[in-house]
Design a protein around this ligand. Structure first.
Ligand code: ADP
Ligand code: ZN
Length: 524
């Protein structure tokens, strides 16, 4: 059965969501994969569909009993033979399930990580045809994650014992780089295909503005957008008070929320906002946890938050119902100073050593820097955000303030051909940095030792900026001409068929690219 028919027949869906199909294809080709998707993006389909298409059994290692039960119930409902093996079963139920498993009655078997190396289970697993092992909530293998589970560390040993190495697919919603690296290393994934997807919220418009008078900017927005309801996030309680008062004076139904108010008032104000009695909520970041108001049509940040995670989480409270919504950040140089102050002040936790405090402080500095760059970049804001979460996307979204202001469509035919040729000439052995260096005619030592300065493409794009060449490479990836492999030393590989088509095409190739003005340093 084809994957689309499986999707339709068993799950009732007509099409795949972003990323699902690619992950499924790679599994089916026999490659290990690591899929990173936010909660609700649809990770299960990515292993359930290939599980239905493989000959043998697929094991799903999952940390939560309740999760396993829900999943298995849903699969059985859909007509897919599945079972779980965990501590909720009585010994006799367990034996029975295992006996059925031996007879090959299940396509999918969910198992708790603690079970893997137990004699009963091993005896089954070593004699079964296991095509794929899926690791759900894969971040549990990392001590850097929130939910470290030591039994996850045993997974590679279990896999090694199987008579044939199955495909290993791992999934998580965790975005941080450190955890990802840990997953690939500790689960011993073999040159895994890494994919991040589902973080994009295409109905959100992103803007950064640096108005002289922020209050005036908010009022102007409200005048231009009457009717909608939204949140204005401020960095301090004091500011919340000031802005609320000013908006009320100007005749707007605004209410306030911060940790300094009584429980009673917080509850009342929150309900006023939820039930549309107050159109505007002015709040600190204390507001929003667990609040699900679907028709928030704007989130204005009166100040820059301390990092991108906070920003995206807060801004993401807009447009939950899928309708168009605005996420506007009002930036001022003072915001950097205030955040800096908060970072320095927070370190009075007595349980931490001075060294640990310093490490945390430095880490927060880094995150603040990345947030500040967001406010200064001229690139597409959506791309900046998604790149931060590790998701590949076009460098032009058309729905952010930078795309509206700073982009031009340019003919990149020559650059594209030189890039593809260069990857080919260097025999697909190098990463983006080296390819860019060759194209720009860099005088690097390693490059000369390898005689890469003798290639015809050496220096052929000396007149293009590094940023621009990187941008074009990303777009070539999205076009399916190239891929940057996952793993410790990512290298550029060609997809020959597609690359050839592009190389030999007579048509000019045009891309939307950020206008080439003198670049600010940093190349972020
Ligand atoms: P995750 O494990 O990533 O949190 P799930 O796998 O539970 O997410 O999927 C979330 C929801 O999205 C489920 O209701 C699922 O049925 C639905 N879903 C997944 N893939 C698709 C698809 N291709 N089309 C429509 N709905 C989908
Ligand atoms: Zn954009």
């Amino acid at each position: 059965m084809q994957k689309r028919s499986v999707l339709k027949e068993y799950f009732g869906y007509d099409s795949f969501r972003p990323g699902q199909e690619e992950l499924i294809d790679k599994c089916l080709q026999g490659r290990d994969v690591l899929g990173i998707m936010p909660t609700g993006a649809g990770k299960s389909i990515c292993y359930q569909v290939p599980a239905m298409m493989f000959e043998g059994i697929s094991l799903v290692i999952s940390p939560l009993i309740s999760l396993m039960q829900d999943q298995v119930e849903a699969l059985i409902q859909a007509g897919i033979p599945a079972a779980y093996l965990n501590s909720s079963l009585s010994p006799s139920q367990f034996r029975k399930a295992l006996a059925f498993a031996r007879q090959g009655r299940y396509k999918l078997i969910y198992v708790a990580p603690e079970r893997l190396l137990t004699p009963d289970f091993l005896d089954f697993a070593l004699h079964a045809a296991i095509s794929m092992v899926t690791i759900d909530e894969a971040h549990c293998v990392s001590q850097w994650g929130q939910d470290f589970r030591p039994s996850y560390l045993k997974i590679p040993r279990f896999i090694e014992m199987l008579s044939t190495r199955p495909v290993v697919s791992a999934f998580t919603a965790t975005a941080t780089q450190k955890v990802r690296e840990d997953i690939m290393e500790r689960l011993e994934l073999q040159s895994p295909f890494l994919l991040t997807a589902g973080f994009d919220r295409s109905n959100l418009y992103f803007a950064v503005e640096a108005p002289k008078d922020k209050l005036e900017a908010v009022k102007a927005y409200l005048r231009k957008n009457p009717g909608g309801s939204g949140i204005v996030y401020c960095i301090t309680r004091k500011l919340v008070e000031e802005v609320t008062l000013a908006l009320q004076k100007a005749g707007y139904a605004a209410t306030r929320y911060h940790a300094g108010l009584s429980d009673e008032e917080r509850k009342r104000n929150q309900e006023d906002f939820l039930y549309d009695r107050a159109r505007i909520m002015v709040a600190t970041n204390a507001f929003g946890m667990g609040i699900d108001k679907s028709n928030v049509s704007f989130v204005i940040h009166y100040n820059m938050p301390k990092n991108m995670e906070s920003y995206y989480q807060e801004a993401g409270r807009a447009g939950r119902d899928g309708s168009d919504a605005d996420c506007i950040l009002l930036y001022g140089g003072q915001d950097v100073v205030t955040n800096q102050f908060l970072i320095d002040r927070e370190r009075n936790n007595e349980e931490l050593s001075d060294e640990e405090k310093e490490t945390i402080r430095q880490r927060e500095q880094e995150l603040l820097k990345t947030m500040t760059f967001y406010c200064h970049t001229r690139e597409c804001l959506r791309q900046y955000i998604l790149r931060y979460f590790g998701e590949k996307t076009a460098s032009y979204c058309g729905n952010c303030s930078n795309c509206k202001a700073n982009f031009e469509e340019v003919d990149v035919t020559r650059a594209v051909k030189q890039i593809l040729l260069c990857v080919h000439q260097t025999r697909e052995r190098f990463g983006v940095k080296m390819v860019v260096d060759v194209l720009r005619g860099s005088k690097g030592k390693r490059l000369q030792t390898l005689s890469l300065d003798e290639l015809s493409t050496y220096g052929s794009l000396a007149d293009e900026s590094e940023t621009r060449i990187r941008e074009i490479i990303t777009q070539l990836e999205l076009m399916g001409c190239l891929e940057v492999t996952a793993g410790e030393y990512p290298i550029l590989r060609l997809f020959r068929q597609k690359a050839k088509e592009v190389l030999h095409s007579e048509e000019p190739i045009r891309m939307k690219i950020v206008k080439d003005v003198p670049m600010d340093k940093g190349g972020h």
